[in-house]
Design a binder for this molecule. Structure first.
Ligand code: PLP
Length: 423
């Protein structure tokens, strides 16, 4: 077979883009070489429908061990009693949870997408909003913090079957115990989607939802710094509250329902090469070195938030407890769209993001979301955070001035060159 230069040249081009730019997208990171190696390994050749020791295909003796190691490491990392590491992505993990516990038309209560929630928590353009009846809570206008009173009011009035907490653009801690207490009043289940702060939770920098929430989902590629993928966890297994039974009349445990909702419910064969890469990333995350890394992620986010505030930028909720922040550009007379495009020209990658109570569309937006997970992997620290905010401010102050953008771009390339990626 001739080598596909067309694609490999593009991969080189992407490596070059990643190396020479400032990656501030809050959901991205740079995996280790060994994670990439496993993701590109011969395990991609293997079919393994089923679970370790219970497969529908022969020849699974090796991948069985790999998948069991991934499960065991994930349990250790989060203190979980049960884990399924097969979801191909965060969206797949959430789809499987909903398939396991809901019937079409059931009510779900999630964090509003326009306030920082995720599409899979009930957006009308997503399966979760099409198949189920979505209800939402948001943040308080004055504080930018979760409006727990509203959450409780809607929950008690509407009695959803599932309450979802977790977000894509919320920079503060969650009160999982309170949400569980609300759910218990109406017999609802609680799903915590920790896709974003998973790494901070694993290392104890933020509260762990597993003791409070019935089910927890996460992606593996954001702060957790693994391959692209998802997983589902429980702090303890329990009998499904809907009384679903096997053909033999046994009540199924929630773990059975969730396993079955992943396969055959929403997926076919698991990606064992990605599961191997997950196992490696979990092993890395168990290390002290990763503990130091994730503390620096949080410290960098604090330093960055402080620098933005010092330059007169509004941060939703006033700051951050995790790795990201949502910057409100309304007082700076620039939209998220213009900001994202101008920053990109200066090799600074962010994403435009709606801010709570935004009057602009999701294609325009009044904000940008920034995060520190990727740049911290490169080794940048607090001093560089101030420099980065200075560079961003120079772009946003003169977004149309090409000469200005080119000068900033040169400074960005110089800054990141001191922190080589994949040396
Ligand atoms: N849940 C949350 C909170 C997320 O932020 C994301 C991704 O941004 C997802 C789920 C979906 O993950 P994926 O893109 O892997 O499907």
């Amino acid at each position: 077979m001739t080598r596909d230069n067309q694609i490999f040249e593009l991969i080189d081009k992407e490596l070059n883009r990643q190396e020479h730019g400032l990656e501030l997208i809050a959901s991205e990171n740079f995996v280790s070489r060994q994670v990439m190696e496993a993701a590109g390994s011969v395990l991609t050749n293997k079919y393994a429908e089923g679970l370790p020791g219970k497969r529908y295909y022969g020849g699974c003796q090796v991948v069985d061990v790999v998948e069991q190691i991934a499960i065991d490491r994930a349990k250790q990392l989060f203190g979980a009693a049960w884990v399924n590491v097969q979801p191909h992505s965060g969206a797949q993990a959430n789809a499987a949870v909903m398939l396991a516990i809901l019937q079409p038309g059931d009510k779900i209560l999630g964090f509003d997408l326009s306030h920082g929630g995720h599409l899979t928590h009930g957006s009308p353009v997503n399966f979760s909003g099409k198949l189920y009846q979505p209800l939402f809570y948001g943040v308080e206008k004055e504080t930018g913090l979760i409006d727990y009173k509203k959450l409780e009011e809607v929950a008690l009035a509407e009695k959803p079957k599932l309450i979802i907490c977790g977000a894509s653009a919320y920079s503060r801690e969650w009160d999982y115990a309170f949400i569980r207490s609300v759910a218990d009043k109406i017999g609802a289940l609680v799903l915590a989607d920790i896709s974003h702060p998973a790494g901070l939770i694993a290392k104890g920098l933020l509260a762990n939802p597993l003791p409070h929430c019935h089910i927890v989902t996460t992606t593996t590629h954001k702060t957790l710094r693994g391959p692209r993928g998802g997983m589902i966890m429980m702090g303890q297994d329990f009998e499904n509250p809907w009384g679903l039974k096997t053909p033999k009349g046994e009540i199924r445990l929630m773990s059975n329902l969730l396993d079955m909702a992943v396969f055959p419910g929403t997926q076919g064969g698991p990606l064992e090469h990605i599961i191997a890469a997950k196992a490696i990333a979990f092993g890395e995350a168990l290390s002290e070195e990763y503990g130091t890394y994730i503390k620096q992620v949080a410290a960098n986010a604090q330093a960055m938030a402080k620098a933005f505030v010092a330059k007169g930028y509004g941060i939703i909720s006033g700051g951050t407890d995790n790795h990201l922040m949502l910057i409100d550009l309304r007082n700076k007379n620039i939209t998220g769209k213009v900001a994202e495009n101008a920053l990109e020209k200066a090799e600074i990658t962010v994403n435009k993001n709606m801010v709570p109570f935004d009057d602009k569309s999701p294609f325009v937006t009044s904000g940008i979301r920034v995060g520190t997970a990727a740049i911290t992997t490169r080794g940048l620290k607090e001093a560089e955070m101030e420099q980065i905010v200075e560079l961003i401010d120079r772009v946003l102050t003169n977004p149309e001035d090409e000469a200005n953008l080119n000068t900033v771009k040169a400074e960005v390339i110089k800054l990141v060159s001191a922190f080589p990626l994949y040396k």
